[in-house]
Design a protein around this ligand. Structure first.
Ligand code: DAH
Length: 341
């Protein structure tokens, strides 16, 4: 008996302990065999014999139970130690430290530039209605300028917004002038080639104040300062253009940063700028009266601008193919480590 108890006490694993239990109390166990001998014991000795066996059985069972509790606690402790995950530990094994994606980085840089100028940051839905995406922006049904925006339509007549300009409309309808806002966000168009992806990002800007307060000169000043902040020492030019929601409208070019001659400071023309020396970077203009009418504004003036984030990211980081920004190729993304500030 003592020998069994010692064995139980010194067992060092749950498996060993279970084996000991089987050896003693299992179907073919030593004690089980003793119980089987009962039938051969003379009647007058049976009681004492049974009592003795039951005592042994209880002692073995309780020794096993208490040992089991100890061993289980130990096993849990070991398991926890083995599975311990130190999330604060710095990995030096493969050097994969995350980096901000160039699109997110550019979005953040532009957003914080305008926040510093006291522009609020506004948002709108990605699934838009015709009114906000087109109608209120002076793009009535069947207007030829709608063709400029290859739209994804949903079954219920709604659409995926083709630009961030609808946020202008929503913001004006939800607040009163003066307004200084930007709207960064994702937009969608049915387009896919080296310079177009069906999903991309834009930032829209809108400033509205009292009648005669906002002029093209204000717009020009803000755009030139902004572009020089983003691209450094570059020339900026405004080309007359057309957007339904602004009149007059302009497209803005910067002098090409790829073929700038270090001695003269002039851009001499290269493949990227189609040998013109200029790169188109944004659209802007004075808000059209019809847009103000659509949102119920009277006696106000304002300017608006819109730009593509990916285009800025590509120029800033000198990336050749727009599609590579969306492929999540670690080899490309790793090159931007440390570029985010
Ligand atoms: N919404 C235009 C587009 O997606 C960009 C744009 C141009 C926005 C001129 C403006 C603007 O607010 O004034 O192509």
């Amino acid at each position: 008996m003592q020998e069994w108890l010692d064995k139980i006490e010194s067992s060092d694993s749950l498996d060993t302990l279970e084996q000991i239990r089987i050896d003693i109390l299992g179907k073919k166990g030593i004690l089980t065999a003793e119980f089987a001998r009962m039938k051969d014991v003379p009647n007058e000795e049976k009681k004492e014999f049974a009592q003795n066996l039951n005592k042994q059985k209880t002692a073995v069972n309780s020794a096993i139970d208490s040992k089991k509790t100890i061993l289980m606690a130990l096993a849990l402790d070991q398991k926890l130690k083995a599975e311990l995950l130190d999330v604060t530990k710095f990995s030096t094994t493969n050097g994969t430290v995350g980096a901000t994606h160039p699109v997110a980085d550019t979005m953040e840089k532009i957003t914080s530039y305008f926040q510093n100028l006291n522009f609020s940051v506004e948002e709108g839905p990605l699934v838009e209605d015709d009114f906000h995406n087109f109608e209120a922006l002076n793009l009535p049904k069947f207007h030829p300028a709608r063709d400029m925006q290859d739209t994804f339509y949903c079954n219920d007549g709604k659409l995926l917004r083709t630009h961030t300009s609808p946020v202008q409309i929503r913001t004006m309808m939800n607040s009163k002038p003066p307004i200084r806002m930007i709207a960064p966000g994702t937009v969608f168009r049915r387009d896919f080639d080296i310079t177009h992806t069906p999903m991309f990002n834009q930032i829209e800007g809108l400033v509205v104040d009292k009648e005669d307060q906002i002029s093209f000169a204000n717009l020009k000043h803000v755009m030139v300062e902004f572009l020089q902040h983003m691209f450094g020492d570059i020339d900026v030019r405004f080309r007359p253009s057309f957007f339904p929601f602004t009149e007059p409208s302009a497209e803005v070019d910067i002098s090409c940063i790829f073929c700038k001659d270090a001695s003269t400071g002039k851009s001499c023309g290269c493949r990227v700028c189609s040998h013109t020396g200029w790169l188109e970077v944004l659209g802007c203009g004075i808000v059209d009266e019809n847009v103000f009418k659509a949102v119920g504004y009277e006696k106000v003036s304002g300017y608006a601008f819109g730009l593509g984030i990916e285009r800025f990211a590509m120029l800033i980081h000198k990336i050749g193919d727009l599609r590579s920004l969306f492929e999540s190729d670690i080899r490309l993304l790793e090159q931007f480590k440390g570029s985010a500030k």
